[in-house]
Design a binder for this molecule. Structure first.
Ligand SMILES: Nc1nc2c(ncn2[C@@H]2O[C@H](COP(=O)(O)OP(=O)(O)O)[C@@H](O)[C@H]2O)c(=O)[nH]1
Ligand SMILES: [Mg+2]
Ligand SMILES: [Zn+2]
Length: 351
């Protein structure tokens, strides 16, 4: 018997994907004597044709899986694998299961490589490593461009409380939701926030070593994610989180929570060296606090970098726009002005 189920890709490495079935689909499988992996998951491969279409499956993708029930049953019985053994071999694709189709994406990111995100927690440390707000704003503006809500999280506030508050103030002033976290801090604010977006897909992103996995562990201790020491020499974290995994929120927040939260591997500075996620003309529109000033400059072609009569520069001088954010704007403008032929990344990676 052949079945087709909607599912979500929660992890994907080297051509083998972990997908999660809905409760109903998993129950239907069980009624046929087939037990999914823990958490109603299945390890499987994708149809070869994705490769030819140059489509890469991403964590967060909504897909259709095709299940050959006889093949699955035969594999389970024939191979004589006991449950314990199967648990050990979880990274092995199961026979008779195949991802057949990707449903249309709401959005996709290249860093971190994910699809269908509602919210991106942009995480940076108040110190160790010292933050680069331009790098932070690269992530924030990419999210804005993709209509993914950026949320700011400043970590390690226990080590540098004043700096943490100063950074937080910059982003609060721009209208972002901001959380200041640190060891021993009250985590109820961010917990409450997650509960308010229990049906959304969110991810923690930010440089290596800023404390993404540590914070996820504080929020959800049962995840027991690996965390890494920051090397004293380079102040860069080791890459302890190697792959993206979506964690279903229903385990933590109650059965009716339909959303997911993902930890992502940290990136290095080089990952954003080639910055072409949007064009120069888009730039003023991906800084949300600029909006009230756009169209009010003396020159219609104002670049908001140094012109006389620029309403935006005036707002920076008055302290209505944080100078740090305008500094990020200037640095991004420098990078983007030499890329006149910007072409948007097409959805689904099709060229
Ligand atoms: N003092 C302090 N250390 C932290 C905090 N968050 C993380 N760390 C430490 O920073 C290092 C990197 O943390 P990790 O969660 O692996 O960072 P990730 O690469 O962003 O996932 C670990 O040694 C953590 O113990 C924090 O809020 N305060
Ligand atoms: Mg990590
Ligand atoms: Zn201007």
């Amino acid at each position: 018997m052949e079945l087709r189920f909607p599912a979500k890709v929660i992890k994907g490495v080297g051509g083998i994907y972990e997908i999660r079935l809905s409760k109903e689909s998993a129950d239907e499988l069980r009624s046929l004597g087939i037990e999914p992996d823990r958490g109603d998951r299945l390890c499987c491969k994708a149809r070869g044709v994705f490769r030819h279409e140059r489509v890469t499956l991403l964590a967060g993708d909504n897909v259709t899986v095709r299940i050959d029930a006889e093949l699955m049953l035969a594999d389970m019985n024939g191979s004589g694998k006991k449950d314990a053994q199967r648990e050990k071999q979880r990274s092995e694709a199961r026979a008779g299961v195949m991802i057949e189709e990707i449903l249309e994406r709401k959005n996709e990111l290249i860093r971190p490589p994910m699809a269908n995100l509602d919210r991106l927690f942009v995480v940076f440390a108040a110190t160790k490593p010292e933050p680069s707000l331009t790098t932070v704003d690269k992530l924030v503006t990419i999210a804005e461009y993709k209509k993914i809500e950026p949320v700011i999280v400043v970590t390690k506030a226990d080590l540098a409380p004043d700096a943490a508050e100063r950074y937080a103030g910059i982003y609060k002033k721009c209208g972002f939701d901001v959380f200041v976290e640190g060891i021993g801090f009250d985590k109820s604010g961010i917990e409450e926030y997650l509960r308010s977006c229990r049906n959304d897909t969110s991810a923690f992103a930010g440089a290596s070593g800023v404390g993404k996995s540590t914070l996820m562990n504080r929020l959800f201790p049962e995840l027991r994610l690996a965390t890494g020491e920051v090397s004293e020499k380079t102040l860069h974290g080791r890459h302890t989180t190697r792959q993206i995994e979506l964690f279903p929120l229903d385990r933590q927040l109650g059965e009716d929570a339909e959303g997911y939260l993902a930890d992502t591997p940290g990136f290095g500075m080089l990952d954003f060296a080639e910055f072409d996620f949007y064009g120069k003309d888009d730039l003023p529109y991906v800084f949300r606090e600029f909006e009230p000033y756009i169209g009010r400059c003396r020159y219609t072609k104002c670049t908001h970098t140094k012109e006389e009569g620029c309403a935006l520069l005036e707002a920076v001088r008055n302290g209505d726009i944080p100078a740090e954010r305008h500094q990020s704007y200037l640095e991004l403008y420098e990078i983007l002005k030499s890329k006149p032929n910007y072409k948007a990344h097409k959805p689904n990676g099709k060229k």
